[in-house]
Design a protein around this ligand. Structure first.
Ligand code: GDP
Length: 315
């Protein structure tokens, strides 16, 4: 079974890691959001791509879910001492990634070529693709500050400003990266990881639209909202601020028209009938991934669900 997964950072990386523990490298492609990418200290930083690659490589910080394990912070401490901006933490090992990516981009290499080489160097054997080689920048429209670049909203302002909407700057001219459309067409099923629908998955869907994605007959999403709350991050807060009650149902509604199946946490079992009435098949399981074993177990549940779900020929 060939799967293509759409992923943001932390939640996406965890399920991608579970799938990678089960599927052979040729059967899993992970397409990663690059709307969170930004430039800082003149460096090109791709937080979601790095989180997915570090996680698949076994290099990620297991507690934070982002950044590197066994990281040191000498560069950051010295930057602080010089009065440099310190709102975005860059570990020493992580800095090497950004330095080399920036150097290669300036030489004219593409983000997807660089990602492929980095994956080879880190021993990641499954395919990881940025959604696009063209820059797309998520802008968060807030009540307090107007439009903020994503990382300023997310890190500098700690997701506190109230959200009014989103804009993906550059999306009109951004094309899917090489291999992205093929990975979708050749997949037996697409998995939408439990990532933030607004700022992790929507940028990917926006790059793909109006191409073949919409017509894939087997699309399964895993809810990032459990019992009305996120495990981490602002997705539930975003739903609420946009006037939508945060719930797994709201996530499924967000992906309306795309979904064949939806994986709900056991705490949300009561929501299943509402989805079934909308012709979305449901699977109820423990979706919390606190350990690598949890990731593998959830990935196996997702695979079993996909195997038992007939493709939707009306898509
Ligand atoms: P980001 O780009 O780093 O914010 O990462 P993502 O968008 O990929 O992931 C954020 C989402 O992952 C949040 O909405 C979380 O609720 C969700 N998430 C994180 N860990 C888990 C987990 O163990 N299980 C589930 N179901 N969702 C999770």
């Amino acid at each position: 079974m060939k799967l293509t997964a759409l992923a943001g950072g932390v939640g996406g990386a965890k399920l991608a890691h579970g799938l990678a523990q089960i599927l052979p490298p040729e059967d899993l492609t992970v397409i990663v959001n690059t709307g969170d990418d930004f430039e800082h200290f003149g460096l090109s930083i791709s937080p979601d791509l790095d989180t997915v690659c570090y996680t698949l490589a076994g290099l990620a910080n297991p507690v934070a879910g982002w950044g590197r394990a066994d990281e040191t912070w000498n560069a950051m401490a010295n930057l602080k001492r010089l009065g440099a901006p310190d709102w975005f933490n860059l570990g020493d090992s992580d800095l090497a990634t950004h330095l080399e990516r920036t150097r290669r981009l300036r030489e004219g290499q593409t983000l997807s070529q660089i990602t492929r080489d980095f994956c080879a160097a880190w021993g990641v054997r499954h395919t990881v693709l940025p959604m696009s080689d063209d820059p797309v920048r998520t802008m968060v429209d807030t009540v307090e500050y107007g439009e903020l670049p994503f990382q300023e909203y997310f890190v500098k302002h700690r997701c506190e400003p109230r959200v009014r909407g989103f804009r993906f700057a550059g999306i009109e001219s951004a094309r899917p990266a090489p291999g992205v459309l093929e990975a979708i067409q050749e997949a037996d099923a697409l998995v939408i990881c439990p990532s933030n629908p607004w700022v992790s998955i929507d940028p990917i869907l926006s790059v793909l639209h109006p191409s073949s994605f919409i017509f894939h007959p087997l699309v399964v999403a895993v809810s990032p909202i459990l019992g009305g709350r996120t495990v981490k991050g602002p997705a539930a807060k975003m739903f609420a601020e946009l006037g939508i009650e945060p719930s797994a149902l709201a996530v499924a509604e967000h992906y309306r028209g795309l979904l064949t199946g939806f994986v709900l946490d056991t705490v949300d079992a009561a929501l299943a009938p509402a989805l079934q009435r909308e012709n979305v098949r449901t699977f109820i399981t423990n979706t919390l991934m606190n350990s690598p074993a949890d990731r593998r177990r959830l990935a196996q549940d997702v695979l079993n669900f996909i195997r038992s779900t007939p493709p939707n020929t009306e898509h």
